[in-house]
Design a protein around this ligand. Sequence first.
Ligand code: DC
Length: 224
Amino acid sequence: MISIAIDGPAGAGKSSICRRLAEELHYLHVDTGAIYRAVGLYMLRRHKNPADPAEVLPLLPQVKIDLQFAEGEQRILLNGEDVSEAIRLPEASAAASAVSALPEVRAYLLEQQRSLARQYDVIMDGRDIGTVVLPHATIKIYLTAAPEERARRRWLQQRSKGIGESYEEVLAAVKKRDYDDSHRAAAPLCRAEDAWLCDSTHLDFEETVAAMLAYIRQKTGAPV
Ligand code: DC
């Protein structure tokens, strides 16, 4: 099985780029952030503080997450309910970041992620895929961009969905998540030593896809 691990900070475009790469390469795209978001959403709905292990951990066994793939598109089910849209709300982002800092939550979700990579050729995106989840991934890429550019992209995306946060609010949230994701004790966001760094600050979507495809094809020896 071939596995491609893509890590990087919030708003670097990982999900949409990986979706396209998976289509081109006929691999399964696994968006692991969605899994943390679903856990965070569950805790919010149960009125639990997602940062407090004493409140979160007892509820973990009640959280059943299933991923479904239709035409390469991932849908995420939380205890049978499709929450693929609900997990994109800003409060679910913050809750995801909080629960993802808990080592027990990460351990709980690890095997599910690894098992997908054993069954399928995958492009898996997240924060710790190349460092922890799939340390022996065939290819590792660390995709990033300047925080201001990532905030601008996320703000545009949110506006198109009618979410009314200001650019300053989005930028502050991006910076806070960068800080939290890279300073937590459990599996902090960092570039694996053997990951190729792709900085998309000055690249548009198509250019980033092209650069990553070229790298992947060169590494796997696939025809361009
Ligand atoms: O990529 P995203 O914004 O959907 O991720 C949501 C949160 O989950 C983010 O704060 C970081 C965390 N996360 C993680 O800790 N490990 C992963 N493999 C994926 C996401």
